[in-house]
Ligand binder design. Structure first.
Ligand code: ADP
Ligand code: MG
Length: 695
């Protein structure tokens, strides 16, 4: 395809434009994740600049991912004045390091604004790209963002560290299986992105969508998603032309946007790319979210990435398909054809099971935010309980391993590690368990708890690190072994016994599972403030420090940032609700009630005998709801005020969840009741029916 990668300074471009030696040096750096050789930086920078300027770029930016979860940039022009006028210049120094003061990003106390500035450092493993917006073309250089004291202030640095940790441990394990040629293992990710589209004119009339990204009021329309006529249905023309442009933009950026379809809720859609290394997949998912939003505006649409824009229909998530691949081309979660390959596969599978069971709390935590609280456990996304789906065949094999390779009733009895071959596992999509939070899907795991607005960095940092840790445990033991096959068998058996409680193939949405999971001792963490605490347990801190993913200071700062973000989100939502209630809904209800009352008077003036019972009933209902709404506004204001007075941020988050959030639900009920009885022509807000169905 001609446009694919057109705006990317990729390896093909580098090969063409860089001197041979420089290209080789850079490629080695990229492939092996080595530090950049400073002597080649100037040459690379010049080649990059020339390529960018030929394409019309005037500016460059270090593109980075602060803790806000979105990307940030500060543009500098290539312009460099000299005695003859001005030159377009770009030095190796500018390529490699940037200093966007950027002191207002959340740092969780890692730096006071008057202190050390943050700096950005080129991540040459993710290619630079050109962004075209309006008439401006900008060279974007993916970078890590750190403080001068070396602490990570972003979502990229720890992700790279976690990939390093995984590689180190996975290579150790592969060596034990005789894979001596492997020097690197990378985790791979394909992130399926869900989103909503609504007409821009509606969006502009909804303060809640503009301020909070979700509707805070809104009575459900008479039709929702129950007919299932939207899911995988014919895509509307307007949406198709939007998707076409999104794809073209993404292809130019080298993002492999591959599939698209209507999702479950009306107005909801999905885009899935082809998987790639986790670092690039993370950068690309940020670009996907950005392009989805920007292209929408060009079509007079707005793309909503919030996890729950509309109550009563499905929210949006992100499925994180994850695997590991070695630099000799193996997918380590692909069952093999020989007993030897199978033993290796089962080892990596078992490490995953162990990791997920041991660190279920961290996985849950990695998907916690205010938006996702509306989904997890609400019968549309996986529950808040972490479990693994393996399918019947693999579960049976695990059972056999536990039983010590004894006979079993299934067709493939006598499974002996390193001796028997696994049966061919079905990859049929119909066999899928759609309700599992962590499902094995043939040659990868699909982690389904992520929210649609997330940076996928957080969850992948956790997955990489916990699996690195499980592999480390295996390698530590097996490297000392004198009889590898026997000790491996023993290790897998022990591991299976201990951790098979996390395997569950049934319906994760059922109430029975909640009870069963409790019996098995699995965690069920209901909301974000509770889930976030998992980040700073003693075990978690030890884990991160042991694998050099976070220092203790870094992890505490992240925790603080996330709790703070939760509080801020709920505060904005509560303030927006109060504002909408006071300035829009209550005045409308009063206006309408006045009209109804004057209709009673008017009718009565003509003749006392005429029937005004409809108006009277309506007026009574209106004034009841109005009174309730006024008192709930006051109650919410009070709850908010006392929550804001709490100094301890952790306690504050809990009060926001337990008090403020509850009051918000009560206030919403009043608003939605009023919406149902007030004449359409008076109602100030676009309705669910309009927003969900007019596209
Ligand atoms: P399925 O039929 O299992 O859904 P797809 O090929 O449609 O398979 O995959 C869904 C997502 O999983 C896609 O984004 C795809 O690129 C990704 N994926 C496939 N293989 C891997 C892998 N080895 N590692 C990570 N993601 C993968
Ligand atoms: Mg999926």
């Amino acid at each position: 395809m001609e446009i694919f990668g057109k705006n990317v300074f990729n390896q093909a471009v580098m090969r063409e434009r860089l001197p041979k030696g420089v290209f080789k040096n850079l490629k080695k750096t990229i492939d092996e994740g080595l530090p950049l050789d400073p002597t080649i930086a100037d040459v690379v920078a010049t080649a990059m600049k020339e390529w960018a300027v030929e394409r019309g770029a005037t500016h460059f930016t270090h593109w980075f991912q602060p803790m806000t979860g979105i990307t940030a940039e500060k543009h500098d022009s290539f312009l460099s004045p000299n005695e003859n006028g001005a030159l377009m210049e770009f030095s190796g120094k500018e390529l490699v390091k940037g200093e966007p003061d950027a002191s207002s990003f959340p740092s969780g106390g890692l730096r006071a604004t008057f202190e050390a500035r943050g700096y950005t450092a080129w991540d040459c493993t993710s290619p630079a790209f050109l962004r075209e917006e309006a008439d401006v073309i900008t060279l974007c250089i993916p970078t890590a963002f750190c403080s001068y004291t070396g602490e990570a202030l972003d979502k990229k640095t720890p992700l790279l560290r976690s990939m390093e940790a995984l590689s180190t441990q996975a290579v150790r394990v592969l060596k034990l299986f005789g894979n001596t040629a492997v020097s690197r293992v990378t985790s791979t990710v394909g992130a399926e992105q869900e989103y909503f589209l609504i007409d821009k004119s509606f969006y502009l009339k909804r303060p809640d969508l503009m301020m909070a990204g979700r509707t805070l009021f809104g009575a459900m329309s008479s039709k929702g998603q129950e007919l299932e006529d939207h899911y995988f249905g014919t895509i509307k023309e307007r949406v198709l032309s939007y998707m076409k442009e999104v794809n073209e933009e993404l292809w130019k950026l080298g993002v492999t946007a591959k599939t698209q379809h209507n999702e479950v809720a009306p107005g909801q859609f999905e885009l899935a790319p082809i998987f790639e290394n986790t670092n690039i997949a993370t950068d690309h998912n940020q670009m996907v979210m950005d392009v989805l939003k920007r292209v929408a505006i060009r079509h007079d649409l707005v793309c909503l990435l919030h996890e729950k824009p509309f109550a009563g229909v499905n929210g949006s998530g992100k499925h994180n398909n994850w695997s590991m691949s070695s630099n000799d081309g193996q997918n380590l979660l692909e069952p093999g054809h020989t007993p030897h390959e199978n033993a290796q596969f089962l080892t990596f599978l078992m490490a995953t099971i162990k990791a997920v069971d041991t660190y279920a709390g961290l996985l849950r935590c990695s998907c916690a935010n205010a938006g996702n609280d509306h989904r997890l456990g609400a019968n549309e996304a996986p529950p808040a309980i972490i479990s693994i789906f393996l399918g019947d065949q693999l579960s049976d094999i695990i059972d056999q391993i536990v039983a010590g390779a004894t006979k079993s009733s299934s067709a493939n009895a006598d499974m002996k590690i390193g001796v028997n071959t696994l049966p061919a596992l079905p990859k049929d999509a119909t066999d899928r368990n759609r309700t599992s939070p962590f499902a094995f899907t043939g040659n990868k795991f699909e982690f389904r708890m992520l929210g649609s607005s997330f940076s996928i960095s957080g969850p992948n940092i956790i997955i990489n690190t916990i699996i690195a840790d499980a592999l480390k445990g295996f390698a530590d033991k097996l490297e000392k072994s004198k009889n590898f096959s026997a000790d491996l068998e023993k290790l897998l058996q022990e591991t299976a016994k201990k951790h098979k409680r996390v395997v569950f193939n049934g319906n994760n949405y059922s109430d029975e599972w909640v009870k069963e999971a409790k019996k098995r001792g699995l965690l069920n963490i209901p909301n974000a403030p509770k889930a976030l605490k998992e980040l700073v347990t003693k075990e978690a801190v030890e884990l991160f420090v042991a694998h050099n993913v976070f220092s203790e200071k870094e992890i505490h700062s992240r925790y603080e940032i996330m709790v703070e973000q939760y509080v801020k989100t709920l505060n904005i939502e509560a303030l927006t609700m109060i504002d909408m209630a006071k300035h829009s809904i209550i005045p409308t209800a009063i206006e309408y009630a006045t009209t109804v009352a004057s209709s009673i008077n008017a009718v009565a003036a003509v003749s006392g005998k005429l029937n005004v019972s409809t108006q009277k009933e309506l007026l009574e209902e209106l004034s009841d709801k109005l009174a309730s709404m006024s008192s709930n506004v006051k109650a919410l204001e009070k709850a908010l005020e006392s929550a804001l007075n709490i100094a301890d941020i952790e306690k504050q988050a809990v009060v926001f969840r337990e008090k403020v959030f509850t009051k918000m639900l009560e206030l919403r009920a009043d608003g939605d009741a009023l919406e149902r009885i007030i004449a359409a022509k008076y109602w100030p807000l676009p309705t669910y029916g309009e927003m969900l169905f007019i596209l």
